[in-house]
Design a protein around this ligand. Structure first.
Ligand code: TRP
Length: 688
């Protein structure tokens, strides 16, 4: 029994036997439901005629802790009934869900209007056009309407992308009452089932939650004049993608197919390399991190070096007197790999090597999460340890090129990414850098100063090289292909004529702390570096690294759901955000942190937890400063005895640590004014 049926029955004033009264659907949830149903159709490009939809499953209708619901939409008997073929691999499915989520949120942002009419089922059918009426099942009506009589009342809502039958009173006036819709992922949540679990029909299940902008927005009254524009119903009766997100996915699918075809032709002509199926799932490149990461193998593949005890000792010697000891990320091997760090430290020890640090961030969401903090916390420590200048690149240009959108009506969203730069800058500044030695810049703003070096890099790198490294092809926009040079440029001191008082004769060496997925950029950079520094005069010492930047690489910070891959901002439950409240932190860790503990108390006491896969323990390794305590927690939990014997105890400790860390961050961040951000982002000399 569903809310909708209950509402219809209540209106009829009669109670059928099968009726079990469920709580009424919270208004925000039904608004989200309407938008998402429209979004599914618009993204997949499926006609209203081909689909049938379950009303929201009552067990999933929740108000607390968040407004949430779940429904399934059957989009036909076979795969690819709409314009967009439903994908078969998990990653593409995930992307489709993201597309649907984006489409629904686009409607919110655009303030899409809801209109509704109440009429009879018969009239509704003729209103929708004869084609609709002759071809059930109709996406418009739910299963319950199949059984109702022609003269029974029905309310139709028209939500831009969709027309559908809904409960008699509409929950909200406009989509603007909602703040955001989130499509939930992972087990038991949203899913696209086709060709799997031996399902033949293609079914999309959406589990979602919403947040409200106007909790008490007025409820809309449905009108009784029969007006639903016929043109829109005609459009809705075609198998046609009706949204920008859907079009993007269609294009991506076409490109993928073309690539696959090309690869297939290649395969028949060139012998395949020896295959190692076991490692196949690991993918690490500048755009994608997935599968179980084998860091030793990665270092081998990338050609970087593992950090050694000896090297750490040398680092400690160089930093002596400025920091009490090695950062916990080094003590615990979170930063684990490098390029040319030996040489860099040697030069520094010989007192004739000056250095600067370079790191960056692609501003892709307004709330950063804990994973984003890792490189910055470490960079701050390095700045203290070396007492040197630091430049931080905000690649708003990159994020626009890769994730930006163009909309016929609203234009593009380049400014959105420029604004994210400022928001993210606040979080970065709150990490505690030294103002006198730190320059933060937005590419959109500063790129002109680096332009001579960018042009030199463009000249030195071929399209084939870039495509090979980053997987671009002829269908990629030209900005993507040009971008790697822009991330490369800050590796050269001469890109900062004022900030570092440098030109091409500068001997100042660059060290880049970054996550290992950024390495491809800098491999490319290092290959052409010699062309960007001036040849030394005969009596002069050359640049200590022949112009190349040195690197120090971190591992990935694991998502809450499990220690593979990296955390994503699009799945709110996979991450702790720097804006989360203490309650949210507690809830997420309790509900979502993947546990390596055993099923029963008895087993836990006998076997102890598997620390490798236990996210709470792994996160403590990143954030708990106290070595002794960490050691004790590991021993207790790993053996199932002592104070920290169970998952609950370990989670409680983690919650405490993170609540404190996040609260302190928020306090620091709150004090940073726009004026302050502007100062950090003003070009000024950081040296002598
Ligand atoms: N491309 C990086 C990202 O998407 C941002 C970045 C630019 C960066 N320059 C960097 C990261 C240097 C590390 C080091 O987040």
């Amino acid at each position: 029994m569903t809310t909708e049926a209950a509402a219809a029955d209540a209106k009829d004033g009669k109670k059928k036997k099968r009726v079990v009264v469920t709580p009424p659907c919270p208004p925000g949830v039904s608004t989200g439901y309407l938008l998402l149903r429209g979004a599914v159709g618009a993204v997949v490009g499926v006609s209203m005629l081909e689909t049938s939809c379950s009303v929201m499953q009552p067990t999933f209708l929740k108000e607390k802790p968040v407004l949430s619901g779940k429904f399934s939409l059957s989009v036909g008997k076979k795969l690819g009934v709409g314009e967009l073929e439903l994908p078969e691999d998990d990653e593409a499915r995930d992307e489709l869900l993201t597309g649907i989520e984006k489409e629904a949120n686009r409607c919110i942002q655009n303030g899409v209007a809801f209109s509704a009419v109440t009429t009879t089922k018969e009239a509704a059918e003729s209103l929708l056009g004869s084609t609709v009426a002759t071809k059930p099942p109709l996406g418009v009506f739910n299963q319950m309407h199949m059984k109702t009589k022609p003269e029974d009342a029905v309310t139709l809502a028209h939500v831009d992308q969709w027309v559908l039958a809904i409960p008699p009173s509409l929950p909200y006036a406009t989509a603007a009452a909602l703040d955001k819709i989130v499509v939930e992922r992972g087990n038991q949540n949203s899913d696209i089932a086709c060709g799997k679990k031996s399902r033949k029909d293609a079914q999309i299940t959406i589990k979602f939650h919403v947040t409200l902008k106007q909790p008490d927005a007025p409820v809309v009254e449905a009108s009784t004049d029969n007006t639903i524009a016929e043109t829109s119903t005609q459009i809705l009766c075609q198998n046609k993608v009706r949204s920008p997100e859907g079009q993007r996915l269609v294009q991506a699918a076409a490109a993928q197919q073309q690539k696959a075809q090309e690869a297939a032709t290649k395969e028949t002509t060139t012998p395949t390399e020896e295959e190692t199926p076991k490692d196949e799932e690991m993918v690490v490149n500048a755009w994608e991190v997935k599968g179980k990461i084998d860091y030793t193998k990665l270092v081998k593949e990338f050609g970087s070096q593992l950090l050694t005890e000896e090297l750490l000792q040398k680092l400690q010697d160089v930093a002596k007197g400025r920091v009490p000891r090695l950062h916990r990320f080094l003590r615990r091997n979170m930063f684990f790999s490098h390029r040319d760090l030996h040489t860099l430290l040697d030069q520094m020890q010989q007192h004739d090597g000056t250095v600067y640090l370079y790191t960056g961030r692609g501003p892709s969401s307004d709330s950063m999460h804990l994973g984003h903090l890792i490189p910055f916390l470490f960079t701050r420590w390095l700045q203290q340890a070396f007492d040197c200048p630091l430049v931080i690149q905000m690649t708003d240009d990159e994020k626009f090129l890769f994730k930006g959108v163009y909309d016929e009506q609203d234009g593009d969203n380049l400014n959105h990414f420029a604004n994210l730069t400022i928001e993210n800058a606040r979080d970065i500044i709150a990490c505690g850098f030294d103002y006198d030695k730190t320059f933060l810049f937005s590419d959109l703003d500063y790129v002109g100063r680096m332009y001579p070096n960018i042009v030199r890099i463009w000249k030195a790198v071929t399209t084939n090289t870039v495509n090979g490294i980053f997987g671009f092809d002829g269908s990629s926009n030209i900005g993507k292909i040009a971008f790697p040079a822009i991330q490369a440029a800050p590796s050269f001191a001469s890109s900062f004529p004022t900030v570092l008082q440098a030109d091409h004769t500068s001997k100042r060496m660059c060290l880049i702390p970054c996550a290992i997925d950024q390495d491809p950029y800098f491999r490319m950079t290092r290959d052409v570096a010699h062309k960007l520094v001036a040849k030394p005069k005969s009596n002069e010492k050359p640049h200590g690294l022949n112009g190349k930047p040195a690197l120090i690489h971190s591992k990935f910070f694991p998502p809450l759901q499990g220690a593979t891959g990296k955390m994503s901002s699009s799945d709110t439950n996979s991450a702790i955000f720097l804006t989360d409240t203490p309650e949210e932190i507690e809830r997420k860790i309790k509900e979502h942190a993947f546990s390596g503990g055993r099923e029963t108390k008895k087993e836990q006491e006998e076997l102890g937890a598997n620390l490798e896969i236990d996210v709470s323990y792994q996160w403590l390794r990143f954030f708990l400063e106290d070595d002794e305590l960490l050691d004790k927690i590991g021993k207790d939990y790993g053996s199932g005895s002592g104070e920290y014997w169970s998952t609950n105890k370990v989670k409680a400790k983690l919650i405490e640590v993170l609540q404190e860390l996040v609260a302190e961050h928020q306090q620091r961040r709150a004090k940073i004014t726009d004026e302050e951000v502007r100062k950090w982002m003003t070009e000024r000399s950081l040296v002598g």
